[in-house]
Design a protein around this ligand. Structure first.
Ligand SMILES: Cc1cc2nc3c(=O)[nH]c(=O)nc-3n(C[C@H](O)[C@H](O)[C@H](O)COP(=O)(O)OP(=O)(O)OC[C@H]3O[C@@H](n4cnc5c(N)ncnc54)[C@H](O)[C@@H]3O)c2cc1C
Length: 386
């Protein structure tokens, strides 16, 4: 059996690892367009803040691939032919019996004059660039001025780095809320007030139109001098080469609860999988480590003949200057039938209902509720009981 895996992140590498445990004779190849063995994106923020040395970000050594007879090839997949079962990369062609698409997400880039100077945060190479900026300004006598575009998890990582360094930081939101898909006004206001306490200013309904010679021109006409701009405006997984090959692609690679795509012998897992979630009974794309890890463990079994449905309540948490934000399960407010709000003195909680049951929750400064709410979701608690 010849297994080919596109993407060398946690989903692709874990699947390869599990496949090797099941089948000692199979040919297993991982194609990765990042020239590194597996590393943890989750640990990258701790590398930037100096809590973890660079070498500890890596989860596999190059020897691990050799020892397990897994071929790690650095190449960029550009097309796929599912009739001849051939993948074409920039450097070479690859054949497969079974194919896994575990390409994660491609960072959404902004396009305005000067946007090529913007810092992003998806890869270890991005982390090195952010670190360079922090080192460059380490001994500045005046506070560096920085802008952050976006209001989700990655934007909050930047807020944490710049806030910790006491930079003069401003955040630009295209609309009127942080975490626009999963927050309401109350959650957003708590975060905005919290950031303001750390002198981080939020501009709503504001976009940057250009960034030339250190001057950012805003959509309201204002001009600001900024030493750097960072952005966290989401990921896209609608790979054109997959769609061109006849694979159903929506926001991600569409698959059923067994992680099979519409094309035989082609599977998907991790951040790029838009899978049928048996709990909320809809297709969802979930971008967190636990989801990618557990999907790939299950998928290795499915690729070798079993047929197990994926079911998991996963979560993603972060801390922004001491404020906890947790996202559990499916937190797409636009797709929820009902949203239960639980305000408290120092935080806020939203529980999302779909088809009558709780399917997800957003917790702001309510981490103590995390285990209880996860259990309610796992048990498919009727939303009317909450
Ligand atoms: C800075 C940061 C912090 C995070 N913190 C957390 C956290 O605290 N908790 C949490 O749960 N999650 C966190 N996440 C999210 C988590 O890391 C992801 O959900 C997880 O890494 C997804 O794994 P994956 O294998 O599906 O995708 P990826 O890790 O994105 O791997 C996909 C790989 O495929 C490659 N690829 C794509 N297209 C091609 C192609 N055409 N040819 C070849 N290769 C290709 C990509 O370059 C990439 O290397 C964080 C992410 C980031 C960036």
């Amino acid at each position: 059996m010849n297994y080919l895996i596109i993407g060398g992140g946690i989903a692709g590498t874990t699947t390869a690892d599990e496949l090797r445990k099941i089948d000692s004779d199979a040919a297993i190849t991982i194609i990765s367009n990042e020239k590194h063995p597996l590393y943890s994106r989750v640990i990258l923020p701790h590398y930037i803040t100096g809590k973890v040395p660079r070498e500890r970000v890596f989860l596999k050594t190059t020897e691990w691939y050799t020892d397990n007879n897994i071929d790690l090839v650095f190449d960029e997949v550009v097309s796929l032919d599912t009739t001849t079962k051939t993948v074409t990369g920039s450097n070479s062609n690859y054949e497969y019996d079974k194919l896994l698409i575990a390409g994660g997400g491609i960072v959404n880039k902004l396009s305005f004059p000067g946007s090529e100077e913007i810092l992003h945060f998806q890869t270890i190479d991005d982390a090195d660039k952010i670190l360079d900026l922090l080192v460059k300004h380490a001994n500045d006598e005046t506070k560096p001025r920085v802008g952050i575009i976006g209001g989700g998890f990655i934007a909050m990582e930047f807020a944490e780095f710049f806030g910790e360094e006491n930079y003069e930081t401003q955040i630009f939101l295209r609309k009127d809320r942080f975490f626009s898909g999963s927050f309401d006004d109350n959650c957003s206001q708590i975060l905005e007030n919290h950031l303001a306490k750390w002198q981080i200013k939020t501009h709503k309904h504001t976009e940057i139109e250009s960034y030339v010679d250190g001057i950012a021109k805003l959509s309201d006409g204002t001009e600001l001098e900024l030493d750097a701009i960072a952005a966290g405006v989401g990921l896209s997984s609608n790979f054109q080469w997959a769609a061109d090959a006849g694979i159903e692609v929506n926001k991600g690679i569409v698959c059923n609860e067994f992680l099979e795509t519409n094309v035989p012998d082609v599977y998907t897992a991790g951040d790029c999988a838009e899978f049928f979630d048996t709990m909320s009974k809809q297709h969802v794309r979930i971008g967190n480590w636990m989801n990618a890890l557990m999907q790939s463990r299950l998928l290795a079994k499915n690729m070798t003949g079993e047929k197990n449905a994926f079911e998991l309540v996963s979560s993603y948490s972060t801390k922004v200057m001491g404020l906890d934000i947790v996202s559990i399960g499916v937190t797409n407010a636009a797709k929820a039938d009902e949203i239960v709000e639980r305000p408290s003195d120092d935080g806020h909680m939203l529980i999302f209902g779909k088809n009558g049951v709780a399917v997800g929750a957003t917790l702001v400064n309510q981490t103590k509720e995390r285990a209880r709410i996860t259990k309610l979701i796992k048990e498919r608690t009727p939303i009317s009981n909450i």
